[in-house]
Design a protein around this ligand. Structure first.
Ligand code: HEM
Length: 227
């Protein structure tokens, strides 16, 4: 057995993989948010369409996108493997201890939260990414260049209050998922320090609140603008 297979078969290796893929996905969220906030620039979608166009034609970004999808898949697959392993190791749970005193609600429900985020992601990709890549999106002129009108797809989607509500609730799930995932990833990597761990936990909580709140603001603001 090679060291890669050995590592991936061990619980520690699987946890490491979850942590590393989680870090990458956290980074993706920051970049994705920065791009999406351009939807709120009052220029009729010009900045956002230019950004979406530049991302679509850039070979480096296209490679990162494929890696991103691969890492999302790994993160999901290994979360299922780890959950199964944990259930096997402790089928009845701790009878005498009250779980809520030892752990947070989010940490005990990472699987459920992850599943809800996965459902969000599938709906999200179907609504935006798939329509842009495999549909026939409207075109718009940016200077002399004709580009996909990604902006109008998002505008149309966020006219629907049910869709907006779905995004906002999903961002609450994302916040809880990140509130445990961020600090937990550092711990898995062995970064466990008397002085720095409380700081990492605080930064993690701040991140878990800020990023999903800003994401949730986008559909809310666009819905209000559409009224
Ligand atoms: C208001 C919030 C959001 C908006 C307006 C938004 C918008 C978009 C749009 C327009 C695309 C298609 C881009 C393209 O292919 O050119 C996209 C792709 C994507 N979004 Fe979002 N997004 C939001 C939140 C999220 C969140 C919270 C996640 C993750 C939990 C996410 C994950 C993705 C992924 C994985 C892709 C595919 C990226 C790729 O092609 O590599 N998005 N999003």
């Amino acid at each position: 057995m090679s060291w890669v297979t050995k590592t991936l078969n061990s619980t520690l290796g699987q946890k490491l993989l979850m942590a590393l893929t989680g870090f990458f996905l956290i980074l993706f969220l920051v970049v994705h948010l920065a791009g999406n906030l351009q939807l709120l620039i009052p220029d009729n979608g010009e900045s956002f369409n230019l950004y979406a166009h530049n991302m679509a034609i850039n070979n480096f970004i296209r490679s990162v996108s494929i890696i991103n999808f691969g890492l999302i898949l790994l993160h999901v697959v290994y979360s299922v493997i780890l959950t199964k392993h944990n259930k096997k190791a402790r089928p009845v749970g701790y009878a005498e201890t009250d779980a809520s005193t030892n752990s947070t609600w989010a940490s005990r429900n990472m699987g459920i939260l992850g599943t809800l985020i996965l459902i969000f992601l599938l709906v999200h990709l179907r609504g935006f990414w798939y329509r842009l890549k495999f549909g026939s999106p409207d075109k718009v002129l940016l200077g002399d260049t004709e580009v996909d009108n990604a902006f109008i797809i998002v505008v149309e989607a966020f006219k629907n209050p049910i869709y907006v509500g779905f995004y906002v609730i999903s961002m609450v799930f994302l916040a809880f998922h990140l509130s445990h995932g961020f600090a937990s990833a550092f711990q898995t990597l062995g970064i466990n320090h008397k002085k720095y761990t409380p700081l990492i936990q605080k930064v993690g909580l701040g991140f878990a609140i800020l990023i999903p709140t800003l994401f949730a603001m986008i559909p809310i603001v666009m819905y209000i603008q559409s009224l």
